[in-house]
Structures are given as structure tokens and as C-alpha cells.
Design a protein around this ligand. Structure first.
Ligand code: GZL
Length: 334
């Protein structure tokens, strides 16, 4: 996985021809003729994870709007959370000889072969949102996205504030709803949360942990099972708001009060998460900014022009306690 601490200055990578393959769901929002000043319109191939959450929908909108504003010819593919669809889409972009390929890898492993094909085709690759595990740093130029490990640390730190504010006494028994198995945010958020637990809260215990695949349905289904197997759970740490929102339905169905009987901390900061928090059902939210489109288009232009870019372009994010929810809700852009 990208060691997010190393800020190497990367030159543009080189890549080779791949084979043409169909994509899951693709749209080609060409913006027509060349951009101002007669320069050739930049063609960008973008492979999106899917449409699994509110965060993802906001991320897609940000990418499409920013590409349109930049006058790029965007070839967009929705992989429906399947790695094979992303690999096919990338091969398709190579065959179409796009100027730059950008994608959010659904999981961290299994990318070297197709990224080597892009390198052989001399098409630079930009990662956005999620990172990959690779031993060859030349296979992508940069990552535009959040520090998920730090988001996990922030979640544990704000949970400490939530417990204090709630006047919690006694055991802290945590249920963890993990993101998609093998995805960078799932791996790194769990790691960051555990790092703070082990260092500062040795009395806390994660009594049950399972993936809800970042979806509301997954969160509801898994939380329902958690409540059967571990009825004494009193904290939920969900890797995204959507799973927390699904879990709230399961908690209420079990006759318990989310935000009171079970304290809830989650990550993303989508509007529906803030609505639930303003209703007292979520106790704190760690923001993960999906509005990466403008930063991505800026980097794409620099990479296309062969400029040097930082190895990791981080997004800025905040954290919110329940008593901030009502005031913050009107400000939410996603
Ligand atoms: C995080 C992103 C995650 C969100 C989920 O950057 O990859 O995927 O936290 C989304 O909501 O499904």
C-alpha cells in the first residue's frame, strides 16, 4: 500500500498498449473541440469504484462536474464495486489512447499487471481516493485523497470525547462495521482506530467486527446479527455513515436507542449522516472529503504537461460532535 508518509516527487510514468475490453457501465462525456488557445482537449479515463454510498455519489458528481468545468473529454466507467470491471475499463482507456488514466481502486491488491500495461502505453496513472499496494512506485504518479489511518485515529479520539460527554461508566464494548474487505479505507481506518485504542484506551474492547461493504443494507444486516450475538455492545464504530445509518435501523428494530443505548461514531460526513446526528442518533462524525474533482483535474493537467507533482495530495477534513450537527447541516455540500 502506498506508504502515505513518503512524499516523493514523482516525474510522469511511461506505459504500454493494453487490449480492448468492455466496461461495466461507461459514459463518454466528451466536451467537444479543443480547449481555449487551440491546445488539444485533454482526454481523461476515469474508473470509479461504484455507487455504494452517499460519499461515492458525491465523489462521482465532483469528478464529472470538475471535468466539464475544465473542458476535458471524460470517459467515465462505474465498476459496480468489481475489480475485474476496473481492470477492463483501464484496458479500454489504454486502447482509446487517453492522455491520463485516473481511478479509485476498489481494493489495494491485484493492479500491477494492468498498471504495467498503462506504463508501457506511456499513459500516466493518477490514483484518487483509495491507494494500492505495489512494489513499483513508477506505476502511478500520485494519490489525491485522504489519510484513512488518521481518520481511524480521529475516530478513536472523538469516541473518547463522546464517552466523556455521555458520562459513560463501565465497560466499553465496541462493535465495528468494517468497509469493503481489502479496501484501503477499511484496512487503514481499522488500523488507526486500534493504534489509539492500544496506546490510550487499553480498557476498550472491540467485541465484534465484520464488513458491511460500505452500504446501508450491509450495515443493517450485520448490525442486526451483532445485536443477536453481542447484546451488550454499547458502542458502534462504523467505517462510513451509510453503514451507520443502516445499523440505526437494526438498533431501533431491536428496541434500543441509537446514540444513547449504543453510542455511534462514523466516518464520511454525508448530509444524511448529519441529519441522523441532529436527531441524536449518531454521536460524532469524522469527515472524509469526497469533493476531489477540482484537485484531480488540476493534477491531471500537470501530469499531462509532464510537470512534477507531489506523491500524495491530501484533502482537508474536520470532525464534528453531535451538538454541532444542526448548525453544520446547512453547510454540507454532499
Ligand atoms: C473513502 C471512500 C469510502 C467512503 C465510503 O475515501 O473510499 O468509500 O468512506 C465509500 O462511503 O463507499
Amino acid at each position: 500500500m502506498l506508504s502515505r508518509r513518503n512524499f516523493l516527487t514523482a516525474a510522469v510514468g511511461v506505459a504500454a498498449a493494453g487490449t480492448l475490453a468492455a466496461c461495466a457501465k461507461e459514459d463518454d462525456s466528451s466536451t467537444g473541440s479543443s480547449s481555449a488557445g487551440g491546445a488539444k482537449t485533454i482526454s481523461l479515463g476515469f474508473s470509479q469504484v461504484g455507487s455504494e454510498s452517499g460519499w461515492r455519489s458525491a465523489n462521482t458528481t465532483s469528478v464529472k462536474d470538475a471535468a466539464k468545468d475544465a473542458g476535458y473529454n471524460l470517459k467515465f466507467s462505474d465498476a459496480q464495486q468489481k475489480q475485474e470491471n476496473q481492470i477492463s475499463a483501464i484496458r479500454n482507456f489504454i486502447a482509446q489512447k487517453v492522455d491520463v488514466i485516473a481511478f479509485s481502486p476498489v481494493v489495494v491488491t491485484g493492479w500491477d499487471a494492468v498498471l504495467k500495461e498503462a506504463k508501457a502505453a506511456k499513459i500516466p496513472v493518477v490514483l484518487t481516493d483509495r491507494s494500492v499496494e505495489t512494489s513499483d512506485d513508477s506505476l502511478f504518479v500520485t494519490l489525491v485523497g485522504s489519510d484513512f489511518t488518521d481518520e481511524g485515529r480521529r475516530a478513536a479520539k472523538i469516541l473518547d470525547k463522546v464517552l466523556t460527554k455521555a458520562g459513560h461508566k463501565g465497560a466499553v464494548k465496541i462493535a465495528q462495521l468494517e468497509g469493503t474487505t481489502g479496501a484501503a479505507p477499511a484496512i487503514e481506518r481499522a488500523k488507526g482506530f486500534k493504534e489509539v485504542m492500544d496506546a490510550e484506551h487499553k480498557d476498550w474492547k472491540i467485541v465484534v467486527s465484520q464488513t458491511g461493504d460500505f452500504t446501508r443494507a450491509g450495515g443493517k444486516q450485520v448490525m442486526s446479527a451483532f445485536l443477536q450475538s453481542n447484546p451488550d455492545v454499547n458502542v458502534l464504530f462504523a467505517h462510513n455513515d451509510d453503514m451507520a445509518i443502516g445499523a440505526i435501523q437494526a438498533i431501533e428494530a431491536a428496541g434500543k436507542k441509537p446514540g444513547t443505548d449504543i453510542l455511534i461514531v462514523c466516518i464520511d460526513g454525508v448530509k444524511d449522516g448529519f441529519v441522523a446526528m441532529s436527531e441524536g442518533k449518531i454521536n460524532a462524525i469524522v469527515e472524509c472529503n469526497p469533493l476531489l474533482g477540482p484537485q484531480l483535474m488540476d493534477v491531471v493537467k500537470k501530469v499531462k504537461d509532464g510537470e512534477t507533482v507531489e506523491r500524495w495530495i491530501k484533502t482537508k477534513e474536520s470532525d464534528f460532535m453531535q451538538d454541532q450537527a444542526k448548525a453544520e447541516l446547512p453547510n454540507r455540500k454532499y
